[in-house]
Design a protein around this ligand. Sequence first.
Ligand SMILES: Cc1cc2nc3c(=O)[nH]c(=O)nc-3n(C[C@H](O)[C@H](O)[C@H](O)COP(=O)(O)O)c2cc1C
Length: 190
Amino acid sequence: MRFKRRACVIWCLVMKIERSIREGLRQLPIRPVYLISMENDGEQNIITIGMFAFFSGNPSLVGIGVKPNRHSYSLIQGSQEYVVNVVDDKLMGAVRICGERSGRDCDKFRLAQLTPVKGTNIQAPHIKESPLSIECKVVQEVKTGDHIWFIGEVQAVHVDKSYKWQQGLLFKWVGKEGFFYEIGAKKGKY
Ligand SMILES: Cc1cc2nc3c(=O)[nH]c(=O)nc-3n(C[C@H](O)[C@H](O)[C@H](O)COP(=O)(O)O)c2cc1C
């Protein structure tokens, strides 16, 4: 009897529970967040993006998932270019502004006090204050659901000499709130 109760307690402790899909996906480990800059017909804009993925090593393909109702969506669709800018904690305020305000009604470079720098291989500007910027040309657009993935071939990468990869900002939903994190302790070797 006692054995049965103990077994039940252990089973209850290790048991997985079903959560709503939204809640369940929010339990996934922490992931990076980026500022994506773009330009179309002389109009520049920035959007905060969490949906980012590597798609290929050779050729070098990365992708960003953008909702079609974002102003950035039409700008990227028009120019077929974008820049992925890594953010650190100094850019946390800019990440909030660019993730809450729309370029339809404001100039986010000015509002977030960021400086556009001309790209070397594409027209889209980098963000000067970002320590690492990746220039991309769109090679494919994939509708996956409520987001469209702009798959981009990497044209050039610009890295600040003093950049340390540990400074890259991560994002995590905890309950109903989103928080920014830094990379934590090293746990093992691959
Ligand atoms: C942490 C964070 C991550 C986000 N990730 C995405 C994303 O992956 N795709 C997307 O379409 N919108 C994402 N957003 C929302 C857009 O950044 C937001 O709607 C923005 O105001 C759109 O600007 P725009 O209208 O100038 O394009 C995110 C916002 C935050 C704060």
